[in-house]
Design a protein around this ligand. Structure first.
Ligand SMILES: [Ca+2]
Length: 123
């Protein structure tokens, strides 16, 4: 059991280090770290961030043309989204025009209630 715990702890540490590396690889268009804690221009639309490559190409209304308002909305929402990803904004305080970007909230599954069961009748 101890060996399993040690291997699990090492795996979690590697996963955490890998995620930090990914987050630090993203920079804004000025070469600054794309971290909203230190960069007021941080945006999920920059390359390497979650929306990288999508903000200037998303045809939100599916009319066959990527219009300026769609790019503006994506970059606006990218700015809010990266702050939500870093935990700086809650789901409740998230920009209402961008809520569609958020994943569905976690669903609480009620604990199963134990009902008394009747012992099987054996012949
Ligand atoms: Ca469009």
């Amino acid at each position: 059991m101890k060996r399993f715990t040690i291997i699990l702890a090492m795996f979690v540490m590697l996963l955490f280090a890998f995620s930090l590396t990914l987050a630090q690889d993203s920079v804004d268009d000025e070469g600054n770290l794309n971290n909203p804690r230190t960069n007021p221009r941080a945006n999920a639309c920059y390359d390497g961030a979650e929306l990288g490559g999508k903000c200037d190409t998303s045809d939100l209304d599916e009319d066959g043309t990527v219009e300026a308002w769609e790019k503006d909305l994506m970059w606006d929402c990218g700015w809010h989204y990266i702050r939500w990803q870093y935990g700086l904004v809650s789901r409740e305080d998230f920009a209402p025009q961008c809520v569609w970007l958020l994943p569905p909230p976690p669903v609480e599954i009620p604990a199963p209630t134990q009902t008394p069961t009747q012992a099987p009748i054996l012949d």
